[in-house]
Design a protein around this ligand. Sequence first.
Ligand code: WT7
Length: 642
Amino acid sequence: MPTLPDLRLRTFAAYEAAYARAATDPNAFWAEVAEAFTWRKKWDTVLAGDFAAGHTTWFAGAELNLTENALDRHLATQPDKLAIIWEPNDPAAPGRTFTYQELHAEVCRAAAGLRALGVRKGDRVCLYLPMIPELAIAVLACARLGAVHSVVFAGFSATAIADRIQDAGVAWVITADGMRRGPKALPVKPTVDEALAHCPTVRAVVVVRHTAQETEMTAGRDHWWSDLQPTGLHEFTDLEAEPMGAEDPLFILYTSGSTGKPKGVVHTQAGYMVWAAYTFQNVFQVEPDDVHFCTADIGWVTGHTYGLYGPLVSGATTVLFEGIPTYPDAGRFWQIIERHAVSIFYTAPTAIRSLMTAPSELVRAHPMPSLRVIGSVGEPINEEAWHWYEQEVGHGRCPVVDTWWQTETGGTLISALAGVTPSRPAHAGLPLPGVQPVLLTPEGVEIQGNDVEGYLALRAPWPGILRTTWGNHERCFHTYFAPYPGYYFTGDGARRDENGLYRIIGRVDDVLNVSGHRFGTAEIENALNEHPEVAESAVVGFPHELKGQGIYAYIILRAGLPDDPAAHARLTLEITATVVRLIGPIARPDKVQLVPGLPKTRSGKIMRRILRKVAEGEHEHIGDVTTLLDPAVVAEIIAGRR
Ligand code: WT7
């Protein structure tokens, strides 16, 4: 039996009734859902604030600690159930498991250790760790103390870490000596050291020993994780959780937008918890004995909500995987599913597309009888990948849920509820209760009816909506609420089919989705422009078979085009390396073209439409270029395309 009362809507009629009630009486609807959770003190108001100004509150006045919901409440009913199954990078290496009781004790010990170091409620803690159990434990330890966690994906560069630490005024950093990724063991701590040279607010660094590689420790600042933990295990198996206000921040997670600097999306305690558990149970139709495997790293929001918080608050078993889908071969996910009798599998289209191209014996060797529901997230899934996933992984007997959401939305907004609401290949489906999508014209007029396409926006707040962007609410308002007054603007384009099911088409702003990772074109341009020989750059996306979108960079050099091919090759490599150094290998441009000029209007605006056409190989259909300042440049760009 799950210790969280069942939040599932089991039939289409139940979904319809819940949807109608959440729309007409959100206060009563969400109060009823919230009754299922553990509170120190109940709320004064359910939904309040000013949605149009980007100020929404949920359950204001309530007090709780999320870890009492994720851990303590399960101790009475299922202390010995597995909370976390950790699968290491190397399939032959020993894994680790944690029952709810064990995880509770680990989190309490880590929290006690961090508190002894000086970590307090409201402090910001940056976590830069590979996918090892200590990452989950550290996240939960922060939540137990009321410290705000800011997890930075371990593929980001030192500069990216420093930016995030400075923006949030981080005082504490938790990291590891190194990480394993496929055949490689990579150092991690040196990247943190490099970042910290520019971060005077950081008081201490805690280092988990994982790969046992030689690691330099700065005396007085750096501590081993193992030394932190109080030795009197017994006394510290229960550390009193900090009572948190419903609207106190729980975490910051940085994400890219159309401007140069990533912003710190802020989620708070109560609304996020309710949304994570409600959507987790409903979308996947979670059963008490389910084993849930979300392949996303905890460095992304998917890992936060459906790798950790959603499953643990619901009392489920979650699988955390350190490695990559193709090591030692492209059968690794299927092997993990069989090894741990995974019943819910949740991954990204980019992984599906890459595994599809592997020899089919690799998937066919694994019948995976335990699988019940399979999900997709992070980018549009094309029909071919959807069908392969449904047939080869789900064997035609597992509902596929294509879940659309964003870092800012906290959890899924549009998706089929597995086996309950209608599903259609390459469509996310119907909105969850509490979610009111609309399609807008570029001018902001609502498009009525079905079989229509437009900009996707939300007309009402849901409990998991972002509350602000760290340190700068104006930016939050400007990005999400100002473009179309009265709506939350998603930045996505979508289509509503003849039955009202939504299909997400992709971003309509200057944001790229590369293998499910989000980058602003301006963010990559800023990095390119840091190269001393770059005068100007323009970045666009292009369709990429595996990544969904690839990154295409056009570069104007200060000294003009080099005529010598060796210089050309050297510069291209160096410019690419600059992006890797400043953002991380995940943002490496796929193509770099040195150009004599960029297509600009007479007012100096870059005509990205033209650059996109060239990058897509659609240069035959560029259309009218006569309004350009220098139309001749287009022919030169086409001639030199990569
Ligand atoms: C953007 C959000 C949601 C967690 C992972 C990504 C795209 C996300 C889908 C989907 C089509 C999707 C959108 C969205 N996206 N899920 N099921 N179908 N597109 O979170 O980094 O905040 O990116 O990812 O474009 O705006 P994120």
